[in-house]
Design a binder for this molecule. Structure first.
Ligand SMILES: Nc1ncnc2c1ncn2[C@@H]1O[C@H](COP(=O)(O)OP(=O)(O)OP(=O)(O)O)[C@@H](O)[C@H]1O
Length: 359
């Protein structure tokens, strides 16, 4: 049974600056289940940071309800406002770790002191604090850097320290606010893989805010797309990838049809004959292979001419996209498509003008 780690209900955040109002978050309802790696994507200014700051009430909503692990932290509907006590909120915040784009480490303290700092409010004795900090550095693969200073480390290593610090109070939720945005591709991958390891090994729920779709594609199981303070599309990563409804989502996800259509527009495809149709086939795993396309010809007398193909890996699942021109009688083409559908291939009809240069 799925259990909600975070539930935001009809959350609004309005900032007022010099009589001007900015509705940074508008009526957002979001449910994050325990164990999810939930990617929240959107362009700069979409409201992502404001939304996640609501989770630990670093940002108090203007209205709505915030629930974490079944505990209501905040609720305001009309004039009535309920908020948990400052003491409880402090305790709750310790169970929500956060990492940021710029690491926010104390540069005059050593790596191990940075991690231990997060434990100063714990009941642990000094010796045990050091043991725990050392263990956390082990977990993030940095034990040999315990006595170094942050400025002596690479960006990726500094983010590892920040992760160790964020885990110090055994949180059940970890929020990464653009945690990989300042890193080069190699370090980005290492940090993402570390977040995934923590998610698996410690059962931590991860909320990943980013404008980098590749980060989400690599580790998230769910995704929400934000635009102008609202979530415009959400769902599990693979369904959204294979069947995005919103243009912005397709733009973000890149792969699939957007990239293909941009590429095809560069060709001179020419006009399709009367017995030809252009279709996009999307498949998971290595299902569509030449034998299937050969079968279309052999069993249904339909020729399949591949004009674009691409494979992307979402999490561990390869997703393939093929654009093919199917040539055959209408009846045969239909039979061929029925067969592909039975093979669990997603089929999309593409209008010719969509791939024309000025289409
Ligand atoms: N403290 C604040 N006071 C006034 N306006 C704010 C404040 N914080 C955020 N905003 C505004 O709210 C909107 C959403 O900002 P937010 O930082 O949440 O977006 P974002 O999607 O996280 O973008 P970025 O990745 O650039 O941080 C923006 O228009 C921003 O200018």
């Amino acid at each position: 049974m799925s259990v909600e780690a975070i539930r935001l209900e009809k959350v609004n955040v309005t900032f007022t600056q010099k009589e001007k109002q900015v509705n940074a978050v508008k009526d957002v309802t979001l449910s994050v289940e325990k164990g999810d790696i939930y990617g929240i994507v959107g362009y700069s200014g979409a409201g992502k940071s404001t939304l996640v700051r609501v989770i630990n009430l670093l940002q108090k909503p203007t209205s709505g309800r915030v629930e974490v692990n079944g505990e209501v932290l905040f609720e305001k509907n009309s004039a009535d406002e309920k908020i948990i006590s400052a003491k409880k909120l402090r305790a709750r915040r310790r169970k929500i770790g956060m990492i940021f784009q710029h690491f926010n480490l104390l540069n005059e303290q050593t790596v191990i002191q940075n991690v231990a700092f997060a434990l100063k409010h714990s009941n642990l004795k000094e010796k045990n604090i050091t043991i725990k900090a050392q263990k956390l550095l082990d977990l993030v693969g940095l034990s040999e850097k315990a006595d170094a200073y942050p400025t002596q480390l690479s960006g990726g290593q500094q983010q590892r320290v920040a992760i160790a610090r964020a885990l110090a109070n055994d949180p059940d939720i970890l929020i990464s606010d653009e945690g990989t945005s300042a890193l080069d591709p190699k370090n980005t991958i290492q940090i993402l893989d570390l977040l995934q390891k923590i998610n698996k090994e410690l059962g931590l729920t991860v909320v990943l805010i980013t404008h980098e779709m590749d980060a989400v594609k690599r580790i998230a199981n769910k995704i929400a797309v934000m635009e102008d303070g609202q979530i415009i599309e959400r769902g599990d990563l693979i369904s959204i990838f294979t069947n995005a409804k919103e243009k912005l989502t397709r733009e973000f996800l890149g792969g699939g049809s957007t990239k293909a259509i941009a590429t095809l527009k560069e060709y001179e495809l020419g006009k399709l004959a009367d017995d030809e149709r252009l279709v996009q086939l999307i498949y998971m795993g290595s299902k569509v292979s030449e034998p299937i396309l050969v079968k279309l010809y052999r069993d249904f007398n339909v020729e399949a001419n591949i004009i674009y193909s691409n494979i992307e890996v979402l999490g561990k699942t390869p997703i393939g996209t093929l654009f093919v021109i199917l040539k055959g009688t209408e009846d045969n083409r239909k039979k061929a498509l029925d067969y592909l559908e039975k093979q669990e291939v997603i089929i999309k009809n593409i209008e010719e003008h969509e791939v024309q240069k000025n289409g």
